[in-house]
Write a protein that binds this ligand. Sequence first.
Ligand SMILES: *[C@@H]1O[C@H](CO)[C@@H](O)[C@H](O)[C@H]1NC(C)=O
Ligand SMILES: *[C@@H]1O[C@H](CO)[C@@H](O)[C@H](O)[C@H]1NC(C)=O
Length: 369
Amino acid sequence: MIDQQSISRRLRVYTCHIQPVVVIERELVGHQDTMGVVESTMLAVAIPSTMALIYSWISFPSHLMIKLDGATSLTDVIKAYVRLLIKVPSSLPAAKLVENFPVIEIQAPVVGETSHLDNYIKELNGRSDLMSDEILPPFYLNALTGGLQLLVMSHPLFPIRLLGAVNISNKVTIHVPVKKQWLKDGELTATSRCGEACLVRQGIEFDVVTNVYRKDTLVWTMVFRSLAFVKNTGAPSSVREKHEIDPDQVKSFVFNLTQNAGRIYAKIGYDINPIHVSDLSAKLFGFPRALAHGVWVVAQAEAHSERNDIIDRDSPQVIHTVFKKPTFLPANVCVKVQKRDDGSYFTVETVDKERATIVIEGSSLQIEK
Ligand SMILES: *[C@@H]1O[C@H](CO)[C@@H](O)[C@H](O)[C@H]1NC(C)=O
Ligand SMILES: *[C@@H]1O[C@H](CO)[C@@H](O)[C@H](O)[C@H]1NC(C)=O
């Protein structure tokens, strides 16, 4: 006779699933029997010390102003993502949090190898004069300072959990068109810092501001606005700038974003956010497929347009990009541009089975003198 208790510790293995002809019963070995005192002690030491090691590896200074003497590396970015994953967001109520938003600022030299820039241009896969152009592609400095921006948002005192937040918009000001030579000569430095934060209906909107200087002159600014969802803020919806274009006055062109576009830019811009890297990792964050990096889509749109058609590379201007919807990969993309006296309005649509979805709306306008 087999008693009730030993049955519950037996595992039934059917060798034929259509008709269970033979049933083999195996004794499950008790957990306690396999682990002696020595092993448990070793585990008790190993787990905390591994955690302490990981913790010291990912640790980052917690002062509010930090000056780095080298550019951020891929290792820094990986550590930043580990910090983001384990980040405990501030427990302050949203309104208090916005009021007390910290001013974290990190400075570093902008270091760009010529081969990195050449590779960026090659991957843009756009018009042929990009390689010989003496001006940097307008969003290239985002690829070079992406790591720095991430250091700000993964800083121990940054109050918001970045994973789960969405990108709302991006405003690049080209104060002075940036020459490739300046980068080559090591004349550029960048600072990245927390900008404004405000309460809106869906949560907290916050800016990360990155400035690039040539010696002491400000040449390039990017204000990246994101939204972290918080329920019941009681605040009104935020007002978005509209850039609707007149369909009768547009010039349009198409290009394709490949399935691996997210991985390509992850490598170039050190933006290894899992939502871009593969369909599987995007699913973990609730997206059906991998997403393109919004800024990379605009950079590619510019590279596929005629020179100075969307963005006038040779004069100071403000490029405002609003991310309306995620761009799922792969995608057939249609860009529409409406020229104006002071610049252009543009939209980026993805075209899927005859249906077009506007994913990005933007403008590039000259700075009034
Ligand atoms: C983009 O891909 C589609 C197929 O999905 C193809 O028909 C089209 O020619 C491609 N367009 C360009 C500009 O390569
Ligand atoms: C949104 O911004 C974050 C932080 O800069 C970045 O990691 C992510 O790739 C961006 N997402 C999209 C869809 O561009």
